[in-house]
Each structure stands twice: as structure tokens, then as C-alpha cells.
Design a protein around this ligand. Sequence first.
Ligand SMILES: Cc1cc2nc3c(=O)[nH]c(=O)nc-3n(C[C@H](O)[C@H](O)[C@H](O)COP(=O)(O)O)c2cc1C
Length: 417
Amino acid sequence: MKRVDDFRLRFGHKEYVPIMVGGMGVDISTAELALEAARLGGIGHISDAMVNDVSDRRFDTSFVKDKTKLYKHNILNTDKSAVKFDLDILAEATRRHVGATMEAKKGDGLIFVNCMEKLTMNGPRETLQVRMASALDAGIDGITLSAGLHLGSFGLIAEHARFRDAKLGIIVSSVRALQLFLRKNAKLNRLPDFVVVEGPLAGGHLGFGLDWAQYDLAAITAEVIQYLKDEQLAIPVVAAGGIFTGSDAVSFLQAGSAAVQVATRFTVARECGLPDEVKQDYFRANEDDIVVNTISPTGYPMRMLKSSPAIGDGIRPNCESYGYLLDGSGNCAYITSYNRELALHPDGKNISVLDKTCLCTQMRNFKLWTCGHTTYRLKDTTHRQADGSYQLLSAEHIFNDYLHSVDHQVALPAPAV
Ligand SMILES: Cc1cc2nc3c(=O)[nH]c(=O)nc-3n(C[C@H](O)[C@H](O)[C@H](O)COP(=O)(O)O)c2cc1C
């Protein structure tokens, strides 16, 4: 019987353990988590979501405070178009986050950065360009472009010295999205080094509508593999979304995927950035505690725990401090919803916004508990302790369980002493 460890992911002449730990913003996939995946020979992701804030937390910079001070005069203004990102600061924050992570890297694996393109930052092109270029400057092994793929993204870094040496990948949820990307990129003569096919059971934003349950990762992955074969394109395909056991992973590897991308199992790792009490909410979750809804202002459905404090919260938009979702004209769907509620409650008190959430503030404060569909199975991966809490796991334990498990077994950790 095959195990994941019987397979290898090949990039050129190099081989890696075919497990990618997916990017989880905002700093849920921490440097510590990504570094463990790389140390064990696989691929770890950090995320550049809200990187100025991540830098403040990691390196004691004051980028968010400084931005808030700069735009303080605008806080009560419903028009946020004046709130811009300073590109030099964005570059510095990215270089710090990526640079420190790469310096700490050990082992034979790789570290990629997950770049969500839906973070349009009131300047979609220039901010994305700075994010990608600074990550390359700081030595990142690769970039995975996700959520809101701009078809021209590779072009933004085509002049960078590392454009052809770093691994560049994209996340798609359909063969059509891949076709469009490849067509648009043809003139650059630079194919993606890998394609992540993310199915409907993943965490975070989904590349499907509310009819997500009608789609099937194995079917979409097979279509993508077939399409690439027909086009004679040797691009490794990485299946993602709902791959819970080593045996699940093996079935994708046997069907032609070069690797799998996993995340949910790692949300309860000690190295994961979620606060420990939130990890306990993930453990306790039952299947009907998990919803896919449309409260993300990005326009993409998002999966989360129903009990997320963010749902229905009516906090004043914090664009002067954050503003990562402002589109090129300074709008965000949450601002529109908030202003509607403010008009009904002009004193600003007791505001509840049900249809959208202030994603920046809520993700930053770990109040929006996005999760994969299989989160309700996490309780089966560990021990329940005498006080009723669940024992956290090490990333190494989870990684090795994927690598060696057979028959859909999940190895429990050694009980905590
Ligand atoms: C808590 C959480 C946060 C996530 N955040 C992001 C993100 O910021 N960007 C992204 O591209 N994918 C994100 N994802 C998706 C994962 O990277 C991954 O592709 C997917 O969840 C894999 O499926 P699994 O969770 O069932 O293993 C997130 C997933 C989880 C569980």
C-alpha cells in the first residue's frame, strides 16, 4: 500500500516531499509553521496579507500606527479614496517578513509566499508589484498567487532579475481559469511552475459560488491534468481542499497530482498563528457549525465557523489603519454596508452589519474564524484532556502523519505529560 512518502514533487532536477502547507492569512500560516514544512522537506507558505501589521507584530515596527496618524483626519469621512499605501513602507514590511523567514530556513524544502490578489490596497497594480518584487528581493523561494487572479500578474515582475528563477504558481478552481491565465501569459514565455487546483472544501475564500457543494476536487483536478497533457505542458498540479489523511493525499498523487496542498489539519498546530483559545473552537466544531457565506467584501464566498465574533459585528471601517480591501477607487463593500446601517442609527451605537464584514479588522484580531470543511474532524486527530480541552499538535507530527499514514488512519500524538 502506497504512502505519501513514496512520491516526490519535482521542480527541475530537485525533489521535494509532495506536501505543501497552504498560505493562511493573516499570519495564521506563520513563519514558524512554514519553516517546519521546509525543514521536513516539503513546502511551507507564509502569507503577505496585511504585511505591515505582521511586520509590526514580528519586528516591533510601527507602520500601522504611523499610517493611522497620517490619515487620522479621514476617520469619520465615509469616502476612503484618499487612504493610500506608501509603497516604500510596503516594500520594507515585505522584505522584513520574508527576509527574516528565509534567514531562518533549514532543511531541503522551500518557502513560498501566498499573495492574495484581492488585497487591492487602493492601488491594485502597483501594490501587487511591490509585494511580489520585494518578496523576490528578500529571497523567497516562490510565490503563489491566489484569490482574484489578475491575468497580468506575472507581467508585473517580468523585469525582475529573479523572474525566471523563483517558483511562480497560481491557484485556480477550474480548467477555464487556468486556460485564461495561460492565454494571457503566453507572450511572456514564462509558464507557471505549478498550478494549485483548489476545490470546494478548502478554507478561506472559495473560487466557487454558493453552489460549491456541487463541485468535486478529484473531477476538477483530473480535468486540469488532462488539459495540460493535451497542451503538452509539463506543469505540476497540486490538489487542495479537504485532503485530510495521508490516504486522501495518496489517491490524488496516484491520479497524477504532483503534490497536495493542505491547511486545515495545521490550524491546530502549536506553530499556527491562531490564538490557542480559537484553536479549541476549531477542535470543538461540528459539521453544522461550519458555514460558507458571502460576508467577505471581496465578493468571494468564504468558509468559517458560525460562531465567529465577526459575523454581524458593526465596527467602524478601519481603512485609515488597514485598508487592504480598498479597490482602485477607494471603495470596499463593507463601507457601503456600514454606511447604510449608520444612516439608520446616526448615533453610531448598536450598529450590526450582517451582510458584510470588516475583513481587515476581523482577520487581524482573529475574530473571523475561517476554516476548511473538514475542521469538524480535527477532534479525531488528538487527545481530549482532563479539563475538556484538546491537546495541540506539533506541525512535525501532522506533517509526518500525512507522510506515513495508510488506510485513512490518523496517528494521535504522544499524550501530553
Ligand atoms: C484558516 C485558513 C486560512 C486560509 N487563508 C488563505 C489565504 O489567506 N490565502 C489562500 O490562498 N488560501 C487560504 N486558505 C486555503 C489554504 O491555503 C488551502 O489551499 C486549503 O485550505 C487546503 O484545504 P484544507 O484546508 O482542506 O487542507 C486558508 C485555509 C485555512 C484553513
